[in-house]
Design a protein around this ligand. Structure first.
Ligand code: ARG
Length: 595
């Protein structure tokens, strides 16, 4: 379906040309004076210059042409030369009926040429507990993947685990200190290694911070860890076997964590998967003259003349021949192009990594790892802060683990839900349903709290505000959906039906306002995905929920005596519910039956 704004623009453009003016003046926008009109066209003001005519004369002519068209209930020329437009109720209603008939898509056309896009998000570091810093990457990335999928692209989510580098050497060294007799450390051993890991996830999670702390205090320990990392990277058998144990144990735990966030990945690749591609890539960069030695390191120049700030060369290999974060990211691009030939890659990582991605993207382009048209995008997100404006911490000042954070909010939500239920004596839900509902609402609180902010900005994680049932929050959106569900249940529960009924022209201002909001859906979705901006989807559903709630408070739906009108209300409610549910699904959460 065409976007409503385009349909209106077509109509107005046609009137402009019929009056002898250029088509470009017919562009229509949403009104910035909703008290006066719904849409507006300012083309007459611009046309006045070209045609040397008073703008209001032009606007008068166009308005006269539009008079009596079935699309508008009002098309007025207003001095100095605005065209103020209002849609006819029936026209809007039939647009919504078409949306409703287009089940699942609600008027969103699929792209003619779907793209293949890899979303690199999550980025958890193996053996280190997930902390709130990884929360944003997971939440925003998941939403972008889902939006792209809804729009109609082939979106591939890759968790891109941090499973390479010093942390692995640290774990190996610490393990060796604790259990020196393990067969993995015996270099003369040539047999099979045990299938069972020599540690549990809780041991593993404790080993890393202990080792990391020791390495900062003990130079020899650190040396040993670097040595072990090197040997692992050279392919020492026993260490490789340990790495796969570490990966297995970690990934099982990570999957559980991500699942509780309603986040899932198509690919569980990591930095280690890129390593086999490094030697060839480096050789090519050398052979083709892109890479050169500088202060002992192998680098590729990536500065550009137009750079306002210096962009240092991209380091490919350190002077000791070791690869770096950028090397891994470049080699990852190599296998992604080889296996998926994507049209684009989108990376979710802290905005402090901006320079890294500029270097990597430029280097990949310059050395021909990607096609000239391959889009490489870094979405740099800001920090999640506590109420004190400093990076979010636990009460005792440590880094907050994701699990704890989620549990804390679940509990908070459960309290609210139980209180809420107490006030509605007739609606007591079972403790199990209450718990499940609390989890759903808590997830909405966390995700909406994050996604409703522009990704690049820091934001304050305010549990009290995020879990509130009122205001611009996830629970408010869910509450609105639950309210609609409850009306629909009552209606159908009473044995009524909407057979043969369609959405009618609005019967009131608040109903029309709701209908106008609904009609924007395809436009908003397309725009939010183009700009990779889930916050625009959040802003939309907040407006939509507000529009619905005003309509609800002003309208007697269940006691409406005219059956035809009541059916039309119910159809409108159903569309509102579908749109809200489709949007929250793109944001990565869902609504309970009641709360
Ligand atoms: N593991 C990294 C971190 O914790 C994030 C990875 C982002 N993705 C990438 N391809 N570099 O900071």
């Amino acid at each position: 379906m065409k976007k409503i704004l385009d349909l209106i623009t077509d109509e107005v453009t046609e009137a402009f040309t019929a009056c002898g003016y250029d088509a470009k003046y017919g562009r229509v926008t949403l009104s910035n004076r909703p008290d006066l009109c719904e849409f507006q066209c300012n083309g007459a003001l611009a046309a006045a210059k070209e045609y040397k005519k008073a703008p209001f004369l032009i606007a008068d002519e166009v308005a006269a042409k539009l008079a009596g068209r079935p699309m508008f209930s009002a098309a007025e020329s207003v001095k100095p030369g605005f065209l103020n437009l209002k849609l006819k109720e029936e026209y809007l209603a039939s647009y919504l009926s078409d949306m409703q008939a287009d089940e699942g898509r609600y008027g969103c056309e699929k792209p003619g040429q779907p793209k293949t896009i890899i979303v690199d998000y999550g980025g958890a570091n193996v053996a280190k507990p997930l902390h709130v810093g990884h929360l944003r990457s997971a939440i925003i990335g998941e939403s972008i993947k889902r939006m792209g999928r809804f729009v109609g692209h082939r979106m591939i989510g890759d968790v891109h685990l941090g499973d390479w580098g010093l942390q692995m050497g640290l774990i190996i060294v610490e393990l060796k200190e604790r259990k020196p007799g393990l067969v993995y450390f015996d270099e003369s051993y040539t047999g099979e290694y045990p299938a069972e890991a020599p540690f549990t996830i809780s041991e593993l999670e404790e080993i890393y911070p202990t080792a990391s702390k020791k390495s900062k205090e003990d130079e020899a320990y650190r040396e040993a860890a670097m040595q072990a990392t090197g040997e692992l990277q050279q392919g020492r058998r026993g260490y490789r076997a340990l790495l796969s144990h570490i990966l297995n144990v970690s990934v099982t735990d990570l999957k559980k964590n991500y699942e509780s966030l309603n986040v899932s990945f198509d690919l569980w690749k990591g930095e280690s998967d890129a390593q086999p591609y490094i030697p060839d890539m480096v050789q090519r960069m050398k052979d083709e003259g892109f890479a050169y030695m500088s202060d002992g390191a192998l680098v590729v120049d990536v500065s550009e003349e137009t750079d306002a700030k210096e962009v240092p060369p991209c380091i490919i290999l350190k002077s000791d021949g070791a690869s770096l974060y950028s090397t891994t990211d470049l080699a990852t691009i190599v296998w992604r192009m080889q296996d998926y030939n994507p049209d684009g890659m989108i990376y979710l990582a802290d905005k402090r990594q901006e320079l890294h991605f500029i270097q990597v993207f430029r280097c990949a382009r310059k050395t021909g790892l990607v096609k000239p048209e391959t889009e490489l995008t870094h979405i740099g997100f800001g920090t999640m802060n506590g109420k004190d404006g400093k990076p979010f911490k636990t009460r005792d000042g440590g880094v907050m683990r994701l699990e704890y954070l989620v549990n804390e909010i679940n509990e908070e939500m459960l309290k609210k839900i139980n209180e809420n239920q107490k006030s509605k004596e007739n609606l007591s839900i079972s403790p199990k349903e209450a718990e499940e509902t609390a989890r759903m609402v808590a997830l909405a609180a966390i995700k909406y709290g994050d996604l409703s902010n522009q990704a690049g900005k820091d934001y304050i994680f305010d549990i009290d505000r995020f879990t509130s049932f009122e205001g611009n929050t996830g629970p408010y959106i869910l509450y609105t959906i639950v309210r609609i569900k409850s009306i629909l249940n009552k209606y159908y529960g009473a044995g009524k039906n909407t057979e043969g009924a369609a959405i009618e022209g609005a019967h009131s201002g608040s109903e029309k306002n709701l209908m106008l909001e609904l009609s924007k859906f395809n436009e908003v979705v397309a725009n939010a995905f183009d700009e990779l901006a889930p916050h625009k989807l959040c802003a939309y559903i907040y407006e939509l929920a507000n529009a619905f709630n005003s309509f609800y408070h002003e309208t007697k739906i269940m006691s409406e005596e005219n059956e035809r009108i009541q059916k039309s209300y119910i159809r409108l409610l159903e569309l509102t519910k579908s749109i809200l549910e489709t949007c929250i699904d793109m944001l990565g959460f869902s609504a309970p039956e009641r709360m």
